[in-house]
Design a protein around this ligand. Structure first.
Ligand code: UD1
Ligand code: MG
Length: 453
């Protein structure tokens, strides 16, 4: 059985932010959420988060997650932090200790670590060799490579500081042993803290061999302490995400200028131009092409959809073979069927467009049901809001709405109807007929231009 304890009590002073450190966003999600998600991809009995600074905000951010909480009111060290959760750990299970500010750890690495723990080896440590180990706890081994202890940088001798193998902080420990070792921790060290790392020497003293495994790369175990490290981790995460896209066969014109800040599913022969930002859940069908500068948040694009540059789409579904943009804005609740055209400077909100419907220029279509093959002329506005309430506009199949029409909702345009340009339509328009709602054009024969006095 396995439980995870995630240390997340620190303030993160160097972030210079009111937000607790573990809530700083990486790839649009709090650092802590990355750690929880990775931990929960193993089969865990429970995930315990040790929170302290900003505990209410930290708890609130995890409201929809399956986590248990322990509080560390005062940050007296990593050992003290784990001790706050120990009562929730069973004797016969393994506790996997993770850091809320080490977000890019891989599940495979954690599984490898957990698999080292058994009855004769109650403690396993994740380490890594670094060219520059400054700041980290060093792994002290004897001549036959047996691990003896961890020594913190501030407590290390000059000789020990030359050791390149460091403690990542991540470890897996049997509950029964962890409970006993934590109870014996002392804070007689340079920082006056209860160091979790002291359990290594305790295990050795109890006659156990401490096993270890190395992280695959440094990125996995990098901690975040300031905005510089946060920015560099963001780049690493983006590089990793875009590499996944390339491996899946997506053509990414410049891998350094494509951000995936959520999850993405892709079909075959997808192409993504530069400076595209995708957040939330994005699903791209086969042969989708995304132009430069597009921003997509929770969007599904059907097969063969073309997004022309600088289009912004949120919470919407675009049907197969549709064309959107350039400079289109598609807002939440919009669903189009196949072969829809949404052109430049068009805003759609909670609009349902039928197959082959076209809104090509300079229009606002909100709270509207638009039938198949409807053509909405340039500058058409659905007046959906009376200042208090919102109303729907319904446009029947095959209708033609002339340019610069105001459709004052609630209003229905019948199937096959034609609305003359410049109309202000306040009453329903019948099917298959021409409806005009505008002043008649007059020519005044007797009119003369004024002359200067
Ligand atoms: C710790 C390790 C060090 C290791 C390094 C890896 C100890 C004593 N040292 O050092 O060997 O090389 O991590 O990054 O464990 N935290 C709490 N409560 C506390 C103290 C810390 O929740 O009372 C949390 C912090 O918010 C942070 C994590 O534990 O997420 C690590 O604490 P930090 O103070 O950064 O430890 P280091 O000095 O970096
Ligand atoms: Mg640290």
């Amino acid at each position: 059985m396995l439980s995870s304890i995630i240390l997340a009590a620190g303030k993160g002073t160097r972030m210079r932010s009111v937000l607790p450190k573990v809530l700083q966003p990486l790839g649009c999600r709090p650092l802590l959420h990355h750690v929880i998600a990775t931990a929960q991809s193993l089969s865990l009995r429970q995930t315990i988060v040790v929170a302290g600074f900003g505990i209410d905000a930290v708890k609130a951010s995890c409201a929809k997650m399956d986590v248990s909480w322990a509080e560390q009111a005062q940050q007296l060290g990593t050992g003290h932090a784990v001790a706050q959760a120990i009562d929730m750990i069973r004797d016969d299970e393994t506790a996997l200790i993770l850091y809320g500010d080490v977000p890019l750890i891989h599940a495979a690495t954690l599984q490898r670590l957990v698999d080292l723990v058994d009855r004769d080896h109650p403690l396993a440590l994740l380490t890594i060799h670094l060219d520059n180990p400054t700041g980290y706890g060093r792994v002290v081994r004897n001549k036959s490579h047996k691990m003896l202890s961890i020594v913190e940088e501030k407590d290390a001798t000059e000789q020990q500081k030359t050791i390149g193998e460091v403690n990542t902080g991540i470890m897996a420990v049997k509950g029964i042993n962890l409970r006993r070792w934590l109870a014996n921790l002392k804070n007689s060290n340079a920082q006056g803290e209860y160091y979790l790392t002291d359990v290594i020497a305790m295990a050795v003293e109890d006659g156990f061999m401490v096993k270890s495994t190395e992280a695959m790369n440094e990125m996995e175990v990098l901690g975040v302490n300031d905005k510089i490290q946060l920015a560099s981790l963001e780049r690493m995460l983006q590089q990793e995400n875009v590499t996944q896209l390339l491996k899946a066969g997506v053509t990414v014109l410049d891998p350094a200028r494509c951000d995936v800040r959520g999850t993405i599913e892709v079909g075959m022969d997808v192409s993504i131009d530069v400076n595209v930002v995708m957040s939330g859940k994005v699903v791209l069908g086969n042969n989708v092409s995304i132009g430069a500068g597009c921003v997509l948040t929770n969007v599904t694009l059907g097969d063969g959809v073309t997004l022309l540059p600088y289009s912004v789409l949120e919470d919407c579904v675009i049907g197969a073979d549709s064309r959107v943009g350039p400079f289109a804005r598609v807002r939440p609740g919009t669903v189009t069927q196949d072969h829809a055209h949404i052109g430049n400077f068009v805003e759609l909100k909670n609009a349902q467009l039928g197959s082959g419907a076209k809104v090509n220029h300079l229009s606002y279509v909100g709270d509207a049901t638009v039938g198949a093959k409807v053509n909405i002329g340039a500058g058409t506005i659905t007046c959906n809001y009376d200042g208090v309430n919102k109303y729907r506009t319904v446009i029947g199949e095959g209708a033609f709405v002339g340019s610069n029409t105001a459709l004052v909702a609630p209003v229905t345009i019948g199937a096959g109807a034609t609305i003359g340009a410049g109309s202000v339509v306040t009453k329903d328009a019948p099917e298959d007929k021409l409806t005009l709602a505008r002043a008649k054009q007059l020519t005044i024969d007797s009119w003369q231009r004024p002359v200067k006095k």
